[in-house]
Design a protein. Structure first.
Length: 67
């Protein structure tokens, strides 16, 4: 899975996502992905769609799909 920055150069997801430690993470997402994350955030009672993304990445790592 790859996300694209405004420069249009693909960046591997595991290279840009780090566990939040009082730092801001900016990811440019297509509107459809952002809408899905927003909906998941509403349904799971987490504070932001970034929290949903963090939960998804953590689960993928635990399952061995990401390093």
């Amino acid at each position: 899975m790859k996300l694209r920055k405004s420069s249009k150069n693909p960046i591997p997801l595991e290279d840009i996502f780090v566990e939040p430690k009082n730092q801001k993470l900016v990811i440019y997402l297509p509107p459809t992905v952002k809408n899905i994350l927003d909906e998941l955030a509403r349904e799971t009672n987490v504070r932001t769609n970034t929290c949903v993304l963090y939960i998804i990445i953590r689960q993928l790592r635990e399952l061995g799909f990401l390093k």
